[in-house]
Design a protein around this ligand. Sequence first.
Ligand SMILES: NC(=O)c1ccc[n+]([C@@H]2O[C@H](COP(=O)([O-])OP(=O)(O)OC[C@H]3O[C@@H](n4cnc5c(N)ncnc54)[C@H](O)[C@@H]3O)[C@@H](O)[C@H]2O)c1
Length: 245
Amino acid sequence: MRFDGKVALITGAGSGIGREVVLRLASEGATVFGHDRDGDRLAETSSLAGGISTRIGDVTDPAECTAAVAACVAAHGRLDILGNVAGIARSEHVLDVTVEQYRAMMAVNADACFFFCQAAIPHLLETDGNIINIASNAGVMGQAYTVAYCMSKGAVVQLTRSLAMEFVKTKLRVNAIAPSGVNTNLVRGFQFPENVDFALMAPYMGFRPMTEPTEIAALFAFIASDEARSMTGAIVNIDNGVTTG
Ligand SMILES: NC(=O)c1ccc[n+]([C@@H]2O[C@H](COP(=O)([O-])OP(=O)(O)OC[C@H]3O[C@@H](n4cnc5c(N)ncnc54)[C@H](O)[C@@H]3O)[C@@H](O)[C@H]2O)c1
């Protein structure tokens, strides 16, 4: 029960990695506040976890990010762990990306992480808490046909490192997890555009089966726990060697 007495706010809690993180932290004693725009899936997560507090909202609205943190602290009196998990992904030829698609990618994957961190940090400083952002192998390597996604995840990597430095003299810890393919709805719904050169994608396809979201949740729980006391500013890859070669 590593998280007895701790409060965790997890975005993207309705599906995939976010759902498994909720279940894992709750199973180890945390009080979890789940956030997602999909109310039905969020309710399903809550029921799987035996009942957690939830909030339906769209992370692309900075005011919603601030309000969600405030609601969590109002409900539970403190905040120890922020997990920025909500995310979207698309594959496209860069010349076809519309302004709306580009802005949506940055708004969910990068901007929301910034605004959640900004709202949460004052509370996390009070509890010597920590932040875990879900980045991606796409944030640390160049990938064809996912330029906007790579840019958004690169921003998550730099957000993580920069916050870790700004607060390095406090006990606040800020880390990121960088998975490659994880078996979730995001990957199951992934579609490549027409006329792609598959040879260009080989370097990030990997050689091993996909990671299960429970594996990401286990790593998340370790980093969020006091056992990882000395970890801050880390970008931890869990990618079956995709970024190794
Ligand atoms: N699945 C992978 O292969 C993989 C690999 C690397 C990184 N990631 C990252 O992991 C994170 C979780 O992805 P997942 O694979 O679990 O995907 P998922 O689609 O299963 O879950 C994402 C959740 O985010 C929520 N969400 C999306 N946009 C939102 C918005 N505007 N407001 C509120 N909630 C919103 C969705 O409703 C969904 O419940 C994402 O940041 C993703 O980029 C995933």
